[in-house]
Design a binder for this molecule. Structure first.
Ligand code: GFB
Length: 306
């Protein structure tokens, strides 16, 4: 990828796309193409076709997706399946038709079986049943990986896929009904502190374990792999360390200095009991994350709320 190459970042207003966009700018890439979802509806096949025919990008980061936390995934099951399938079908197919040199597709660690052995190796894909709350999203993402693999097999396209673990950072979603756990807890504890509330509601039992990666580290990994990696097999991106939701809630409570209590709302789902990626493959290719969790949370909190 040369500095003058035309690079399309799909989904540049989202958390992942905006981090990739910032990173490309930082590294001096000059020819970046973006469209907001109002300007280009990626679910619309003719619109995507004319966009690719007009712009003819050399490289594509496919970071556009409908995403959300455990409740949103479960509630908007049809949209998570349809929107994601439509977006990736259109973009991947037009990237092939318009001779894009290389495309990077972003999946998610929820593609793995609910009860996969830990840490999760790439080869565990499709070895067991999925977590029911995010099955539609996971099915769409699995289809995206398989599409990249099939277009490589049949047409020789250099399309690669990465599977990031749970992400947080700049431009996250803070809508409590739709967001993931980390931004939700930042908002809940912050508001409880400001409003001097006695307790904060945290969902589930607190026992599930999750791995959290700062989105700037993910963007760094995506650029690294776009430059260095050209194989069919997808690659996990994470930190290799996880914590329980109880530990996360305590950590955020401490960082924000909230003095009240935590109340566990057990009517809400726990989801997958543990989701820790085996990151030895990406380490072997030469990439490691940089941001320690506590530092990343503090920075995210300060930038958003202080
Ligand atoms: O981040 P989260 O929504 O997604 O939830 P998943 C992680 C854990 O945190 C669950 C608990 O056990 C939640 O019950 N939790 C506690 C909370 N308090 C809260 C809260 O206030 N908000 C939220 N959202 N959770 C998603 C998938 O799964 O992760 C997606 O549904 C995607 O498909 C994404 O893969 C990365 O890690 O459970």
């Amino acid at each position: 990828m040369e500095k003058k190459d035309k690079i399309y970042v799909a989904g540049h207003n989202g958390m992942v796309g905006s981090a990739i966009y910032r990173k490309l700018k930082e590294e001096g890439y000059e020819n970046i193409v973006v469209r907001s979802s109002k300007e280009l509806d990626l679910r619309n096949q003719p619109e995507v076709q004319s966009f690719f025919q007009k712009e003819r990008p050399d490289f594509v980061f496919l970071s556009a997706a409908k995403v959300g936390g455990i409740l949103a995934n479960n509630q908007f099951r049809a949209e998570f399946l349809y929107d994601n399938l439509a977006i990736q079908n259109n973009v991947i197919h037009q990237a092939y038709k318009n001779e894009v040199q290389k495309l990077l597709f972003l999946g998610s660690s929820c593609i793995y079986p609910k009860l996969a052995a830990q840490p999760i190796k790439e080869e565990y894909l499709l070895t067991g049943l999925l977590e029911p709350t995010n099955e539609p999203y996971a099915i769409a993402k699995i289809a995206g990986i398989k599409m990249c693999e099939a277009y490589r097999d049949q047409y020789g396209c250099n399309f690669i896929s990465v599977m990031p673990t749970n992400l947080y950072g700049t431009n996250d979603n803070y809508d409590l009904q739709k967001a993931h756990v980390l931004p939700s807890l930042l908002r809940k504890f912050h508001e409880a502190k400001i409003n001097k509330m006695p307790r904060v509601e945290v969902w589930g039992s607190g026992s599930p374990r999750r791995e959290f990666l700062h989105v700037d580290d993910l963007a760094d990994a995506c650029l690294f792999l776009m430059k260095e990696y050209n194989s069919k097999e997808f690659v996990n991106i994470g930190t290799g360390q996880d914590i329980s939701i109880k530990e996360l809630a305590e950590l955020i409570k401490d960082i924000i200095k909230f003095e009240g209590k935590i109340h566990w709302d057990q009517s809400k789902p726990d989801g997958t009991p543990r989701k820790l990626l085996d990151v030895s493959k990406v380490h072997g290719i030469g990439w490691q994350h940089k941001t320690p969790l506590k530092e990343g949370i503090l920075k995210t909190y300060t930038d958003k709320f202080l």
